[in-house]
Each structure stands twice: as C-alpha cells, then as structure tokens.
Design a protein around this ligand. Sequence first.
Ligand code: MG
Length: 262
Amino acid sequence: MRIARFSIDGNVAFGAVEGDPAPGKEGELVLDVIKGIPYADFELSGVKLPLSKVRLLPPVIGNKIVAFGRNYADHARELGNEVPEEPFAFLKPTTSMIGSGDAIEYPAFSSELHHEAELAVVIGRMCREVPRERVKDVIFGYTCANDVTARDVQRREKQWARAKGFDTACPIGPWVETELDTGDLAIQCTVNGEQRQLGSTSQMIHSIEDLIVNITEAMTLLPGDVILTGTPAGVGPLNVGDEVAVTIQGIGTLTNKVIKRG
Ligand code: MG
C-alpha cells in the first residue's frame, strides 16, 4: 500500500494512494482518506480525492531523522573519504522535512548545496535494541529522500547540524510504500532532467538490518521516525532555479525546486 500525507483546504490527513503512479499518469491518482494515524490499525474512509487537488506533505509524523553517512563505497571515495567499517549516524531535525513539490530554500550561509538521493526507511513501532531477526517487524515502509547538504559548511564545521539540518534540507516522499523488497532497487537523481546519480540499494555497505541494529543499540525509535540509508555516487551541485528529482524503483519520484531563501 502507498500512504501519503496531504493537506487540502486547511485540513491535514493521511490517504492510501490508488492507481498507477507511472510517469505521465500521476494526474489520475486518487487518495482514499485514512481514518486516524496509519502506524497503528487504521481504516480507509472510502472518501476519495484526486491526488492532483491536494498538497503532498512529508508522508510521516515522526520524532527524528537518523541519517547514515558513507554507506555506498563509490560515494565515500568521490569525496575523498575512507569507507567506514562501522555504520555512522547523524541526526537531521524534523523541521528540515518538506514534501514532494515543496521548495528547497538555498540558505544564505552556503554557496555549495548538494543533492544526495537516498532510500528512507520509516519506522512503524516504538523499539530499542532490536535484534537483527526482528528488524522487519519495526519497519512501516519505505520512501524517497534527498539528504540536501551544504557541502562547504560540512567541510568547515565539525558537526553537521547546520550543513545538513537547515530548514528544507530533507525533502521526503511522495508517499510511503509499505510492501517492498529493498534488496536491489534502482535509485536515481536527476537535476533539470539530467541524470546525476544512478545506483542500486544492493550497493549499500551496511544493510538496513545493520543500520537499525546499530542505531537502536543507542536510542529508542518511535513510529514515524525516518532512517536515511546513504547515497550512491554522483552527488553534485544544486542551484537556484533547479528542479531535483529522486526516483526509487517501486516507490515513485520525489520532486523539488530550489529557490533562494527569502
Ligand atoms: Mg547522506
């Protein structure tokens, strides 16, 4: 099931996306409005809205975004970094999240903004110290994310709170796909239609299981929390006016324009 979060006429709700999300057919997609919050048992209301009439929001309500760095060897090397033996995590604040169609605001303190296309895992239940064999039980679904990074600030500052945590630095969506085999999915990033990144989730150094075991050794995850699993090679600059799109096989496309922060 594909689950979106949206607003229409000042109301916010979740909905199940029905129809074929193939490029060119997005206009025919319909939302069946969900009663309640989808991480627990929920019901479809039967109230249907055309997807084209709503504003898509980040498809999660969570407490935190845990992002893993350098989880694809080619990407670690392209920035001159060693491939880490252990996963390493950092946090992005939830205030950095925007939905598909929202604008990435180029911050004034950077002059080198980069895209990073990533598979995002959405957590479905409160969990800590999750054993490897139980990881599947705590996952709600998967979506596309862009770990937008002020690369110049990242180089300059030891902690990445500003470089990767500024408002709009975490586009996520367009919806959560709850049934997906993530073993070998194409992950692509285009800027103005031109391909910049193309990799496969099969190239991850540390698996989704490894990442969730690693982070839950340290902290409790809550429903709606998001795990960013790293980006393949090909990261590069974003400029004001660009349109950046992250497409993951079996999920869909997350599209955002870059504007100057006003
Ligand atoms: Mg990243």
